[in-house]
Design a protein around this ligand. Sequence first.
Ligand code: HEC
Ligand code: HEC
Length: 208
Amino acid sequence: MRRRTHRWRSAAAWRFSGPTRGGLAALLAAALVPLQPARAAEAPEVAQACLSCHGDALAEGAPPIAGHSNNYIQLQLVFFRAGRRKNEIMQGVAEGLSDNDIRALGKYFASLPVPDTKPPADTQPDLTKAGEAAAGRHRCAACHGDAYLGVQAAPRVARLPEAYLAKALGDYRSNARPSSGGAAMTEVAGALSNDDIKALAHYLAVMP
Ligand code: HEC
Ligand code: HEC
């Protein structure tokens, strides 16, 4: 417990390399700044270690990270490092990253194109319909965009692996994962049933 508190403090002291200062609040505000068009960034050496799980082939449970916004990637790494977003593998990875590593990784992965993934064949169209209805009720597109490709602090969620999506929604609901954007996802996920989560994950995963 002591260790965790200490780590959370050190993460709160972590600052963006931009003009804003003052820890996590500034970090969260920075996440709402409109995105710059992606520019190719040089791969930092530390990025090699990520590709075995987040490269062209994904390790089990690992989502694609290429093409997410710089701010989103940096935030998630800070959350993992602080133990606020719980995942044994990524907490272990992030523990070894410096602030400079995190900046370079955010910049690099954000500069890569979004993977051109074909959605898997939809073998459960009824579940897709249920997911679409749940997305309408909970106004998911209002933040993630009509095509679910992400808007500002809200990341792309279309065509992510179904199991990852379901886990992510469950993690927000159980507070195993914090949310940026004024706790947006913690509030949204709190209102979701297990059936909603199952249907939403399917709907987003098979999105054409
Ligand atoms: C051994 C496999 C493995 C390695 C190596 C690894 N990751 Fe991960 N990563 C995962 C898994 C599994 C998750 C999903 C965690 C969860 O469910 O919350 C993840 C999640 C993430 C996320 C959150 C993505 C999202 O959509 O919210 C980011 C960002 C990330 N990793 C970045 C990195 C970076 C940068 C590196 C290299 C420094 C790296 N990872 C190395 C397995 C790995
Ligand atoms: C009020 C705005 C808002 C609404 C409404 C919203 N989201 Fe989000 N969503 C966000 C933000 C901001 C994040 C990034 C949070 C973070 O830092 O982890 C996010 C993250 C996510 C993620 C994590 C993606 C990843 O790569 O790990 C998923 C999945 C997701 N949202 C799905 C949904 C679904 C499904 C709905 C509707 C039930 C929804 N969202 C409604 C703002 C919103």
